[in-house]
Design a protein around this ligand. Structure first.
Ligand code: AMP
Ligand code: GLY
Length: 426
């Protein structure tokens, strides 16, 4: 089979890496890809939001199946367009992807289906939002309704901060169209957990629970990023909690979308806050998470293509998904200045010659020029290590990244530390 993967990050490198292991795959194309992906797939210079360009490529190359990584093309309706053109594609329709692309849509769904989440109100007028802020508890969370690359969430400790955040979205339009509506939300305390699941509109198969590291600084300090590292399985997710997440969050969301005429085919990502053993949903995404995918897919035993085809053909109930009994830790290496502005085009040295069973370096923001690998983004690489325990996977990940160098390279030294303290408490 000829596959076409859309995207250029660490998530897409992990997808291509896993799909390349399938005996049924003869060729993988990736648009636009990166230097790591180029070792496994043929990269084509089409951008992820160029829907006509992507469709023309899939037609011209007689692609058997297209797999979408990022949210942007999904929110633009790539799955609808491909299906209309009789091209097979893995990913939800534009309407179903609103579970990620509109926080107010997701909130309404959660309330309708009884999915536990923070209490919230949606506003498109500043006066009404300010009035509500007069009597709300602090801290309060201010969220832009639309896609904002993880930057549209501001946790406000004072009323003045909250007013400024609302103003930046509704009046100053700092988030463009994405901030035309704001969701004001109760602040939840607890520990965060990611559970992604395959879904075919009816059946839901959860993946191994993972934990992301959203903040730039050690000890979860500083601004939010796309994600600075991840580990799986998360010890926080006991079998009992996993069962609750499946029954109280994932199934109700999938059933609710089907009932409203927008069945969800793809990967549903639940970003959860666990408080007193109970899962509250902070957000849904309509795709694989990044960097969570870099720890979850290496633990997947089943052929990913078999699962993806079962989703596309709406027969996920016939699939058994098996996982390795190991742990995985991924540490993300970023450019100096990220998540603010950062330089590009710096040479990267010390990359391993080849991947092994226990260490894979996933490329995120990289490009190749005259045989050299150069930085090309904020998140540059994700070094994933597998081992029998989280502690040894963590040690192996840090040992493996030590030889990798580029000017201004930064990473958090405490990835998976929380897992170790959760383990010692249990
Ligand atoms: P989101 O994009 O909605 O997942 O928000 C990004 C991050 O903001 C989350 O991963 C949390 O760390 C934090 N966050 C979002 N909503 C809340 C909330 N209601 N209470 C506490 N933290 C939140
Ligand atoms: N790791 C967070 C996300 O993929 O949105």
């Amino acid at each position: 089979m000829k596959l076409f993967v859309i995207g250029n990050g660490g998530r897409e490198h992990a997808l291509v890496w896993k799909l390349a292991q399938s005996p049924r795959v003869s060729k993988i194309y990736c648009a636009p890809g990166n230097a790591g992906i180029a070792q496994l797939a043929e990269c084509v210079p089409v951008q992820v939001d160029d829907l006509p360009g992507l469709q023309a490529f899939a037609k011209a190359q007689s692609i058997d199946l297209t797999i979408v990584g990022p949210e942007l093309p999904l929110s633009l309706g790539i799955a609808d367009e491909f299906r209309k053109a009789k091209l097979r594609i893995f990913g939800p329709t534009r309407n179903a992807a609103r579970i990620e692309s509109s926080k107010s849509f997701a909130k309404e769904l959660m309330v309708r289906e009884g999915i536990p989440t923070a209490a919230s109100r949606t506003f498109d007028s500043m006066d009404a939002a300010f009035m509500w802020l007069e009597s709300c508890d602090l801290p309060v969370v201010v969220k832009a309704d639309g896609l904002a690359q993880g930057k549209g969430v501001i946790i406000c400790g004072t009323k003045v901060e909250a007013q400024e955040a609302v103003k930046s979205m509704l009046s100053d339009q700092q988030f463009g169209e994405a901030g035309a509506k704001v969701v004001l939300e109760e602040f939840l305390e607890g520990e965060e957990l990611t559970v992604m699941a395959f879904a075919d509109g009816r059946t839901v198969i959860p993946m191994i629970p993972a934990q992301d590291h959203k903040r730039i600084g050690e000890g979860d300090t500083g601004p939010n990023t796309g994600g600075m590292g991840a580990y799986a399985p998360a010890p926080l997710a006991t079998p009992e909690l996993q069962k609750r997440i499946l029954e109280e969050v994932l199934y109700p969301a999938i059933r609710g979308l089907s009932r409203t005429g927008s069945p969800f085919y793809g990967v549903l990502y639940a970003g959860l806050m666990i408080k007193n053993g109970k899962p509250y949903t902070l957000e849904f995404n309509a795709r694989f998470g990044d960097p969570e995918t870099q720890v979850v897919l290496p633990l997947l035993q089943t052929d990913l293509l078999d699962i993806i085809e079962a989703v596309v053909e709406h027969r996920l109930d016939q699939i058994h998904v098996a996982w390795q009994k190991q742990a995985a830790v991924c540490v993300v290496l970023t450019s100096e200045g990220y998540p603010g502005s950062y330089p590009k085009g710096l040479p990267i040295t010390g990359l391993p010659e080849k991947t092994t069973d226990s260490v894979v370096v996933f490329h995120a923001g990289t490009t190749e020029s005259d045989g050299a690998v150069l930085t090309n983004g904020g998140r540059v690489l994700g070094v994933t290590a597998l081992a029998d325990t989280i502690r040894s996977a963590q040690q192996r990940a840090y040992a493996s990244l030590a030889p990798i160098k580029f000017e201004g390279c930064y990473y958090r030294a405490d990835v998976a530390r929380r897992a170790l303290s959760d383990l010692s408490e249990n």
